[in-house]
Ligand binder design. Structure first.
Ligand SMILES: [Zn+2]
Length: 192
């Protein structure tokens, strides 16, 4: 069952990418990028790959590497720690791997139009540069103070606190915490 996106993940593809691994109680995890096919579908769903494109496992691993770097950067933000320079190198490598400039084209029907053109071997570079661009803008911008990690353990998803002091990535996580608290209160009352 797909988990709804956390607040901010719809606007920020970098948050969406970091949140593509879900951790459930009992140590279960679910990774939306588990295989090259799954990673391909994830990118197509977000308009970062054209229909029919296929990522190879090498490309999938690079995308997972970027996710790790972004998670480390987000974690540094919410915990107030220093970012490892290797994390910055990873994000910058993704940022500069593909040009963002859309070239000019001309078609009989549509006239002039602009579009990003990438050789098929560089599809993943293009997707990664878009994600890294979003991350760079988010991390260096005014919204970064709103970044938070879901407080419903063991969930590790990130969110933007766009609505007050929101603590959870989803109502599902919030309900789980509330249920656990109610249970703890009941037990305490029964023991006391
Ligand atoms: Zn959560």
């Amino acid at each position: 069952m797909p988990f709804p996106r956390s607040p901010g993940a719809r606007e920020h593809i970098s948050i969406d990418l970091v949140n593509s691994v879900l951790e459930f109680p009992g140590g279960k995890t679910s990774d939306a990028l588990e295989t090259p096919e799954a990673a391909t579908a994830w990118l197509i769903e977000r308009g970062l790959l054209g229909e029919g494109a296929v990522l190879r496992s090498y490309c999938r691993n690079r995308l997972v590497g970027l996710r790790r770097d972004l998670r480390d950067a987000f974690t540094a933000v919410v915990s107030g720690t220093i970012v490892d320079p290797r994390v910055l190198d990873g994000i910058n490598a993704a940022l500069t791997a593909a040009p963002h400039i859309s070239t000019l084209h001309f078609g009989r029907e549509e006239g002039f139009f602009r579009s990003l053109e990438h050789p098929t071997t560089r599809l993943v570079e293009h997707a990664m540069s878009v994600i890294a661009e979003d991350a760079a803008a988010l991390l260096s911008g005014g919204e970064i103070g709103l970044l938070a990690r879901c407080e419903a353990e063991p969930c590790t998803r990130f969110l933007l606190r766009t609505h007050g002091r929101r603590q959870w990535c989803s109502t599902r996580c919030g309900d789980r915490v509330r249920a656990a608290r109610a249970y703890a209160r009941k037990r305490k009352a029964a023991d006391g």
